[in-house]
Design a protein around this ligand. Structure first.
Ligand SMILES: Nc1ncnc2c1ncn2[C@@H]1O[C@H](COP(=O)(O)OP(=O)(O)O)[C@@H](O)[C@H]1O
Ligand SMILES: [Mg+2]
Length: 272
């Protein structure tokens, strides 16, 4: 049943577990631009995989296709053995796929707790969603359970102390962590992170790295888009490299970083 991604995957596949996410021949066009070109990759249960590539190589588009934000033009996306392409984002989220965004999406005027609670409504903004979650009779009964779950996650990501602080008052690094916390509220089995280290200082990157490892230890599979190579090198079991929408390499960080095509496409352009 499990289809392998290409010749280089076949050998590694033997050592890997069961695929949780399979992207097969995925294609996305924007007018004349092929943003994602026949992309095939597998992420297996329990792994931390990284998707890297120069700016504009199609990384965010891949996440938008997996999570149903964009319609695909070709290929398929399989999560836990079910094809999910064509499903709306909230149903993909209910299946157990959560994500964060490249540009931070938190409500600055709401507290840390309220922002995390938004994960329950699968909302990405707007006080309407928050009010619904807080006030609707249907949800009122569930609020106690929600509160306990949110507090557990805030503890887990290390934001308990800031629970009642307005999100805008948090340092940038903690706002990023809050976004990850909000994604965890949905109890995902696959977490997709889009450049979580962007804009962070070295101490914050270290904390982020520890958190991603902790999340993975909790049994959550991670697919990480990242341009900070130290993070990719430390965290990723397997790295996929995109250039102009196509996969140009796949392998361990130590292998792909020596790959001339990768050096030419990515590192050679002054990427870090
Ligand atoms: N909604 C969109 N409409 C038109 N072009 C887009 C859209 N989203 C992305 N693109 C284009 O697709 C290419 C890949 O973008 P993106 O996936 O954001 O790259 P990356 O995340 O690797 O930097 C870029 O050329 C970008 O301009
Ligand atoms: Mg991007």
């Amino acid at each position: 049943m499990w289809r392998t991604g290409g010749w280089n995957v076949m050998t590694e596949q033997k050592k890997r577990g069961k695929a949780i996410l399979q992207v097969q021949d995925l294609t996305k066009r924007f007018g004349g631009l092929v943003a994602v070109n026949n992309l095939t990759l597998d992420v297996c249960e329990g792994e931390i995989c990284a998707l890297i590539g120069p700016n504009g190589s199609g990384k965010t588009t891949v996440l938008n296709l997996i999570t149903g934000i964009y319609e695909i033009d070709g290929g398929s996306v399989t999560f836990e053995n079910a094809q999910i392409q064509g499903e709306p984002p909230h149903s993909i989220c209910w299946r157990g796929v959560a994500r964060t965004f490249q540009n931070i999406r938190i409500l600055g005027g709401q507290t840390v707790f309220e922002n995390a609670l938004l994960g329950k409504g699968y909302g990405n903004g707007g006080s309407g969603v928050l009010q619904t979650v807080l006030d609707t009779v249907k949800f009122r009964k569930e609020r106690e359970t929600f509160t306990a779950e949110v507090d557990e996650i805030l503890e887990f990501v290390g934001l308990s102390d800031l629970r009642n602080e307005r999100a805008r008052n948090l340092p940038y690094g903690k706002q990023r962590i809050l976004e990850i916390g909000r994604a965890l509220i949905t109890k995902p089995r696959l977490l997709l992170l889009d450049e979580p280290a962007a804009g962070l200082n070295s101490k914050e990157i270290y904390d982020l790295m520890e958190l991603i490892e902790k999340i993975n230890d909790r049994g959550i599979t991670v697919l990480l888009i990242e341009h900070r190579m130290e993070l990719v090198g430390k965290l990723a079991n397997l790295v996929f490299v995109l250039n102009h929408g196509s996969k140009i390499a796949e392998g361990s960080f130590d292998v792909i970083k020596e790959d001339p095509a990768v050096i030419e496409a990515y590192l050679g352009k002054g990427g870090n």
